[in-house]
Design a binder for this molecule. Structure first.
Ligand SMILES: Nc1ncnc2c1ncn2[C@@H]1O[C@H](COP(=O)(O)OP(=O)(O)OP(=O)(O)O)[C@@H](O)[C@H]1O
Ligand SMILES: [Mg+2]
Length: 149
């Protein structure tokens, strides 16, 4: 894993060569996010959002099975000291569906929130979050951009 710092320390670029190096990246992500508990995951289908979330959950100490909550919208896991909510908004037809499932109670619970396809809820994002943007390169490695807001 190589780590490049751009400007102060708002933005970090990680390059992950293989899946076996992902847990080092996950630790760096948690560290960089400081007090942020809300993480937005951007990236094409198959970029590796769910895989990275699985690794983050494992770094945070959950023994629960982490799977894509595509049909349930949100999964809940228990980590060592925290609750984790894992969202996948890919199938959302309208932002009101997120309101109906009570997204606010999850976002403002002080728990970790890992959100796949945040593009689907542009008006519901909280004021502070950490953006994670994943890009698969031709050699199979992943570029992971981390930026705090
Ligand atoms: N860092 C990585 N290095 C190599 N392969 C990876 C990495 N991360 C994920 N993969 C592989 O890419 C494939 C897709 O990963 P994943 O399901 O996590 O993508 P996703 O971004 O969640 O996709 P979707 O948008 O469909 O939910 C899996 O086969 C996984 O093993
Ligand atoms: Mg996924």
């Amino acid at each position: 894993m190589t780590r490049t710092y751009k400007r102060p320390i708002q933005k970090v670029l990680l390059t992950v060569q293989t899946i076996s190096k992902l847990s080092a990246a996950a630790k760096a992500i948690i560290e960089h996010a400081a007090n942020n508990r809300i993480f937005l995951f951007y990236g094409d289908m198959g970029a590796g959002k769910t895989t990275l979330i699985k690794t983050l959950c494992s770094v945070l100490g959950t023994e629960d099975t982490v799977t894509s909550p595509t049909f349930s919208i949100v999964n809940e896991y228990q980590a060592a000291n925290d609750k984790i909510y894992h969202f996948d908004f890919y199938r959302l037809k309208d932002q009101t569906e997120a309101m109906d499932m009570g997204y606010e109670e999850y976002f403002y619970a002080g728990a970790y929130c890992f959100i796949e396809w945040p593009e689907k809820i542009p008006d519901l994002l909280p004021p502070h979050y950490t953006n994670i943007s994943i890009k698969a390169l031709n050699d199979g490695s992943r570029q992971i951009n981390i930026e705090n807001f």
